[in-house]
Design a binder for this molecule. Structure first.
Ligand code: SF4
Length: 262
């Protein structure tokens, strides 16, 4: 069994290769009693600021897992910053002794920092499928391993923390503005895993209370009408979704049942 969170399809693509029984964390969050029992239980999610996403941590804190083998795979695009060690510490604080924590390099979809077109040119060299196959072999064999970061990753993470202390967060709310090119398709309302977006008079209106900056909405808008309100992104003309994952799959994973807008 894998519990996954996906915004642009990378973690879903990885999860689909690793197991047949997949449960979406944004959907599972609605369950009152979350008790999961399986021979192997995995969490597959993207890296968020060198940690597991806050929503995934909340999910784990409020769930019970009954398994002989608990594992985590964190997808990332450029640097993982030693997330496996911090994830292990977090899981231990929740009373979970993970058998295996690893990272998987994929496309970096952080629009604030990266040009999606440029990132696509790097994909072939990342050997994603080969790495997924290695991780699957590890998991099938119930290998025990917590990924040890190389010094370069530790240094990168420490540099990031120092920079954040001086410069503050990379973004602020309100995060987005909507351009007149919006065609009122409602895609943004369906891919948001937190139910932050509603159409009011045909236009998206955000309630940022629960927003985790996963960027599912800005990446999925078919006409690129969603833009960052105050951040200058490297390439506003380029957006990303994993080529193996359909928009319908992301909607199925993330759509929240919102009351009708007034
Ligand atoms: Fe408008 Fe884009 Fe949202 Fe569709 S996804 S409603 S075009 S902002």
């Amino acid at each position: 069994m894998i519990l996954y969170f996906t915004a642009t399809g990378n973690s879903l693509y990885a999860a689909k290769q690793l197991d047949d029984e997949l449960l979406s964390i944004p959907q599972e969050m609605h369950r009152k009693n979350r008790h999961y029992k399986a021979d192997r239980i995995g969490i597959v999610c993207p890296l968020f600021e060198f940690e597991m996403p806050p929503m995934v941590k909340d999910f784990i804190r409020g769930s019970e897992f009954e398994t002989d083998y608990f594992y985590v795979v964190v997808t990332y695009g450029m640097h993982h910053g030693g997330v496996a060690v911090r994830t292990d510490e977090f899981l231990k604080s929740c009373g979970i002794d993970a058998g295996y924590i690893n990272t998987l390099i994929m496309h970096d979809n952080a629009l604030i920092v990266f040009d999606m077109d440029q990132q696509r040119t790097l994909e072939a060299g990342k050997q994603v499928d080969e790495h997924i196959a290695q991780i699957k072999a590890d998991i099938d064999a119930k290998r025990t391993m917590i990924q040890e970061p190389e010094q370069g990753e530790i240094d990168f993470y420490n540099g990031y923390i120092e920079h954040k202390k001086k410069a503050g967060p990379m973004y602020s709310f309100p995060l987005y503005r909507i351009e007149d090119s919006c065609i009122s398709c409602g895609t943004c309302t369906k891919v948001c895993p937190r139910g932050c977006v509603r159409l009011v008079n045909g236009k998206p209106v955000y309630d940022y209370t629960g927003c985790i900056n996963c960027m599912a909405c800005i990446q999925a808008c078919p006409v690129k009408a969603i833009r960052f309100a105050s951040v200058k992104e490297p390439n506003p003309a380029s957006r990303y979704r994993n080529v193996h994952i359909s928009l319908a799959e992301i909607i199925r994973a993330n759509k929240q049942d919102l009351p009708e807008a007034e």
